[in-house]
Design a protein around this ligand. Structure first.
Ligand code: FES
Ligand SMILES: [Fe+2]
Length: 335
């Protein structure tokens, strides 16, 4: 699934030092050029193939740690310290570059063989929007991207892995409507009883409805949206970047509108997000180890329907197939 935009870094973390990252096994080095623009090169010096990310940035140029060759944001070598006065820089002294877009506080990179053309990175909502706040977190999970996506969108684990934070183990019915759409899968979850959720207890006024919609967006973004009555909402995005087969970097973007609580929640939300992410990390690390040793050999129940559809959408997209017709299914299970 190379022909998509992936987040390579939180833009705030790209400062004066080069940053080593990977997308789908491709080693990348990110740095800011002389104009402050994010640049992404293959992390492999064209001279003797040492990783450029081990070097430093000098006046907006990336200096290789081995012989000090320097590269600009276009990947061109602009300085070779060992050259005698009249010798020219070899014309092939160039590191491959990748398309990059800085958007919504993230550095998005394209490692696909096709050109991105007019395709844009996914747009994150409610940044700098009055009445809304946001927070972000980042984590590296030693498991395959498919298993991470599944975990983030999966409801039946929440009562077990996240204990009383969301809900208690299987206590009530949930009716879900699963829809396959052009860019992914949408799941509307209607829970019989939201009263055992700690969040709901804190946030819902009597008579207000709690709404819950999950969404998978190609290639690997999970959106979890809760509404609490007409004017309060929390939406979390887990933007997954497959670094290697069993390494996935997760960028979490949380955004919320909670009336007078909105600003007060700002310092706490990263901690809440981290607690949840660390709980998921426990099972995901273990699952990754087991799959590495014994392969994936899954058995599914009806509550896994959405995830099976997500797998189908991803597999079709990986083969470059066009999105299929919309389909929809009602799935009931206990939560
Ligand atoms: S390997 Fe990079 S300058 Fe020699
Ligand atoms: Fe979870």
């Amino acid at each position: 699934m190379r022909n998509y935009w992936y987040v390579a870094a939180d833009a705030a973390k790209l400062t004066t030092k080069p940053l080593a990252r990977q997308i789908l096994g491709e080693p990348l080095v990110l740095f800011r050029d002389a104009t402050g623009k994010a640049a992404v090169l293959a992390d492999r010096c064209p001279h003797r193939n040492v990783q450029l990310s081990g070097g430093c940035v000098v006046d907006g140029k990336l200096r290789c740690p081995y012989h000090g060759w320097e590269f600009n944001g276009e990947g061109a070598c602009v300085h070779i310290p060992s050259l005698a006065g009249s010798d020219a820089i070899p014309s092939n002294a160039k590191a491959p570059t990748y398309p990059v877009v800085e958007q919504d506080g993230y550095v998005w990179v394209w490692v696909g063989e096709e050109s991105p053309g007019d395709r844009q990175p996914f747009k994150l909502p409610h940044r700098n929007e009055p009445g809304w706040q946001n927070a972000r977190m980042e984590s590296v999970i030693p498991n395959a991207v498919d298993n991470c996506i599944e975990n983030f969108i999966d409801c039946p684990h929440t009562g077990y892995v996240h204990g009383g934070l969301f809900r208690t183990p299987a206590s009530h019915m949930a009716r879900t409507q699963v829809r396959m759409v052009a860019d992914g899968v949408v799941i509307d979850i209607d829970e019989e009883n939201q009263a055992d959720s700690l969040l709901a207890k804190l946030l819902v006024r009597k008579g207000d409805r709690v709404t819950h919609q999950d969404r998978f967006i190609l290639p690997s973004i999970v959106q979890v949206a809760y509404g609490f009555g007409p004017d309060k909402a929390i939406t979390g995005f887990q933007i997954c970047t497959p670094e290697e087969e069993y390494v996935t970097r997760i960028y979490v973007y949380l955004t919320w509108k909670m009336g007078w609580l909105t600003g007060l929640m700002k310092p706490f939300m990263p901690h809440v997000g981290k607690v949840v992410l660390d709980q998921d990390m426990g099972v995901l690390v273990n699952q990754g180890q087991m799959i590495k040793r014994f392969g994936a050999n899954f058995t599914s129940a009806p509550a896994d329907t959405a995830n099976l559809w997500i797998q189908a959408v991803r597999q079709r997209a990986a083969k470059g197939g066009e999105p299929g017709p919309e389909r929809e299914k009602q799935v009931d299970f206990r939560l």
